[in-house]
Design a protein around this ligand. Sequence first.
Ligand code: EPU
Length: 427
Amino acid sequence: MNMLQIQGGRPLRGAVDVAGSKNAALALMSAVLLGEGTTVLHNVPHVSDTRIKASLLERFGAKVAWHEGSLFIDCSTIELSELDEEMVRLIRTSFYLLGPLLARTGKAILPAPGGCKIGQRPVDFHLKGLALLGADVRLDGGKYIAETSGLKGAEIYLDFPSAGATQHLMSAAVLAEGVTIIQNAAVEPEVTTLAAFLNRMGARIEGAGTSTVTILGVGSLEPCEFRVPSDRLQAGTYILAGAITSGDVTVRGIMPDNQTALVNKLREAGADITEGPDWIRVTCPNRLKGIRVKTMPYPGFPTDMQQPMAALLTIAEGNSVVEETIYESRTGHVPELQRMGAKIRVEGGRLTLIAGVDGLKGAPVEASDLRAGAALVLAGLVAQGETTIRNVHFIDRGYENLEANLRDLGASIERTEVDDHSVAESG
Ligand code: EPU
């Protein structure tokens, strides 16, 4: 297994291009099952989550081939197959194959995904929605068995604007007979991307990107060619890397409109940010100031940037409060940042209280999940001396070319082999 070694204290300078979106790609890689034939997805990030998802598709009979950043997925033949529990636990979106499989073949069996380190992450909205669409879903021996004699359009109200449930139910409903309306739908950019992809396959989805999504069922879908947009979370991490090291970083090939919450909170903290049509440049002429951050569904401050943002705030002047409202326990970075000298603590599970310190000191630390790992990389970049980060496999789930990109910006970061003792989490 791998470990990252960072010699911190160097301001990052230069430009970085951002890879395709992990979360958008994972949603598209469920929906591909709906089209008979070969779909081509360009700009798919080479991260462990997309590689695992590709191997899951193969388990259902799809033929998958990577050609550099493009993924060719032939879903001409799809078989009813049972996945092992470990595979489903490895990558949460494997559960989101249930709807497309059901729509395509009338039956699907998938192990229940279970909780993970950042929270319980139930799938009740998914199950309620599928039942409303006419699926018979039962839990038997830890597996969900779903069957239908034909999905039918329905009105579905989500108790919370869940990105995953909106994407999953949208993918199930495109082949349902009649009209489906998803109320209180998530408005995340990944939902809009999935709708654009499905519409290119021949679906009729209206209102994606608003809280009411209308799906007019069609008889069949055709495979298509589609480009995955850039990853707003990788982009956000590089913006924070520029800010935390008081550097001068331009993040290119992105959609600045998707970064509104992060950009505005960084400006509030004192960062200098300029934007162009597809880039954002960050500099920090003065020490940043402590702020309050509260995570919210998009377009609010993204939960996935909460831990990296907390790393930045550990060295801001004064006090900061980071409130997590989406997950119950997304605080695995906190004890590790304490090891690096941060004055940071969790109160009541969801509040992270930070008293800014003048600087961090390198230390051996462990990533507990993907974004906690990103937070530790950021802390390592600014800490004096050496930081070593274990459990890099968490970081590899969502960051393509992380070390190479950071080195190009002037960081000293190396990957080395060590014995790794932790298990994977679902993301
Ligand atoms: N929820 C329920 N019931 C459900 C579904 C969700 O209670 O049936 C709750 C969840 O427990 C959570 C909230 O609703 O408290 C939001 O969860 P959501 O369904 O929106 O999350 P997700 O689709 O499982 C995706 C991303 C996450 C990201 C969240 C929120 C993927 C593969 N994952 O998860 O990404 O944090 O949306 O934006 O798209 C990451 O990239 O690090 C990551 C964890």
